[in-house]
Every structure is written in C-alpha cells, then in structure tokens.
Design a protein around this ligand. Structure first.
Ligand code: SF4
Length: 198
C-alpha cells in the first residue's frame, strides 16, 4: 500500500502558487517557510462556497454535461502523477469517460483561466490513475456572476505543460536551487515573502 503521507507529491494549490511565482516553491517546499494565511477568513470563505454550491449545483449541470453519477469532495493521490488533492467533483459521464469538476468562487477571467485549466488537468490525471478511467476533459465552474461552466480538453499540449511545471517544481525541491523571480513584478507588491526575496 502506498503511504500517501510520505510519498513525494505536490498539491494543485502548490502548483497554482508556483505558476504565480516559482519562488513560492522554494520558500514553501525548500526553506519550509509557510505563507501567512488568515485561517478564519479561509474557513468562512469555505462555508460560503459550500452554501453557494448547493444552490448552483442544480440538475441543469447534470443534463448539460451528460453526468450519470458523481462523487463529491474526493481525496485523490498518485505517486505516479506526483500529485495529491481533493477534487470538488468526480463526474461519471454518459459517453463512458470521467471528468473532474472544479468550482471557483470567482467570475470567469481569461487571464486566470490557464492556471485553472492546469489545475483541473491535474485532477483529470489523478482520476485517470486512481479510477483507471478515460479522461478527455475537465470542467471549471465559476460560481460568481451567473455560474459559467468552462470545458477544458485534456489535450497533449496541456498534459505536457502540466508535466513540465511538476518537473520544474521537483527540480527546485531536489536541488534546493533558488529559481527565477516571477515575470510579473506586480505579484511582488503584496507578497508575504517580499522581505526575504532578494
Ligand atoms: S517577492 Fe516577487 S519574486 Fe519574490 S517570492 Fe514574492 S512574488 Fe516571487
């Protein structure tokens, strides 16, 4: 049996942080300096999302996407994929494939979509491994501003890009080498690491 606590696996959230700035991987996973987080805010936000989801997650989604069954808040882990995390929904579709559905408590924004697509791809790769099922697409549901569901085809391109990000993250962790700064220096303005990031 795989020990999912000790096998080296990253979470989709860590991957998102890395896309934001590769140095987050260095500060969090090499130097082990956690980010400052307002936990109370997170808990409240989580509760609110749950309430919203119950309202938004109606039958139309089931029909629109061809969902025949689903599992909610599923913990998935795979040392082969090198990722572990909780996916909002695992969908069983009427074409015999499976798909992840990830909820975002935001409005759809094109510039953030690539990151969300990478995230849902990670869940898709996990579903393939854990359920030994075919996954050809994932979905991101934006629940603010009118519940928009966007399909993410799990193309070779996005699978490769996702693998490259994981390779880069593990390379930082294994070598302990300080990576490049984010290309978008606006990200530094409110960064919790800015005082130690030289
Ligand atoms: S200060 Fe900028 S470069 Fe440094 S970790 Fe933060 S976002 Fe990245």
């Amino acid at each position: 049996m795989i020990d999912t606590e000790t096998s080296p696996m990253l979470t989709p959230s860590e991957v998102v942080e890395h896309i934001w700035c590769p140095r987050f991987t260095y500060f969090m996973n090499v130097l082990m300096i956690p980010q400052f987080e307002d936990r109370r805010y997170k808990v409240l936000k989580g509760r609110e999302i749950h309430k919203r989801r119950e309202k938004e997650n109606r039958d139309y989604l089931r029909k629109k996407l061809g969902v025949v069954n689903k599992e909610q808040a599923v913990y998935l882990a795979s040392p082969k994929v090198r990722v572990r995390g909780i996916v909002d929904e695992v969908l069983f579709l009427d074409d015999g494939t499976m798909a992840p559905l990830d909820f975002k408590y935001t409005e759809y924004q094109e510039r953030a979509f690539r990151t969300h697509a990478i995230q849902v791809t990670l869940y898709g790769l996990l579903i393939e491994e854990v359920y030994q099922a075919e996954v050809i697409r994932g979905y991101v549901a934006y629940i603010r501003g009118g519940s928009k569901v966007v399909e993410v085809p799990l193309s070779d391109e996005i699978r490769e890009a996702t693998g490259q990000i994981l390779d880069e993250m593990f390379s930082i962790i294994h070598t302990g080498k300080l990576p490049r700064k984010t290309a978008n220096r606006n990200h530094c303005i409110d960064c919790c690491y800015k005082n130690i990031c030289v």
